[in-house]
Design a protein around this ligand. Sequence first.
Ligand code: MTE
Length: 314
Amino acid sequence: MLIKEKNLILNSEITDKKIFTQRRQIIKAAAAISVASLLPSTSHAAAKKYAQVPLGPYSSNIKTSRYEDVANYTNYYEFTTNKTDSTVLAKNLKTSPWKVTVEGEAEKVGIFDLEDILKNNPLEERIYRFRCVEAWSMVVPWIGFSLGDMLKQFKPNSKAKFVEFTTLYDPESMPGQKAKSLDWPYVEALRIDEAMHPLAFLATGMYDDDLPNQNGAPLRLVIPWKYGFKSIKAIVKIRFTETMPVTAWNKMAAKEYGFYANVNPEVPHPRWSQSRERVLGASIFTSKRKTEKFNGYGDQVASLYSSMDLKKYY
Ligand code: MTE
């Protein structure tokens, strides 16, 4: 698989947004027809539930990883620490109906049906680079909606400086929670300005279909400029807070997993270098690429951290 190195300029910056989106729509529709005609009807690509979902203006224009690689090499400690087994182990997790509790420093708090949240948040596709702290990477066409647009619907107040996300806690259906690998439930958080950044995304699907359970169905975060552990899966709670929340990986090993966790080739993990990454599914000749600061999204997000020493706040 060939991954093009250069994609630092948003396509929407060089092409009028509307034309860009329309053009991608046509390409997307044509690709769906030609790929569908080549595949047996039982294959994943035959489903194409969200084939009509428009490609959003913040999408990156890069070749995506193969579905099979993204769906069968996952990190989901609620099920297993093994990367290939959660495909089977998470299969029976009940993801519908699904409720999301909203708490804390906001006007509109309560328990909301995901179905209702979806009615207020039109779906779009975002192709994003994804970089795990373990130094592997992939490119995923997510389906979902803007995190910031959704958060604003709950009317956070002026004390809301951070937003915390929590994964479902249900050891009976998530047997990995019976182990002490993390202090359950899995919690992640963002500073409010990070959460409101237009690149911050909530995914409900990928590859034009619903999210597979092992990739975080029915609702997961996708923060493309941060290490993958920030992209929390199976979200059941969103809490606006005044103080910085304690997050699961940071609590487990603060020196290894910082709160900010911005992709940064200049700050090595204490146990390995972050300067290069292994591209999932790539051939032996193309499997290593240089890691880009902020995972290639620096033009858009570096200003969020202009006053910070990123070697200290890693
Ligand atoms: N969210 C939960 N609830 N549990 C997890 O174990 N793993 C994280 C993140 N979100 C994880 C999670 C890590 S370490 C990574 S790299 C990404 O999910 C992996 O996403 P993927 O499995 O869809 O590739």
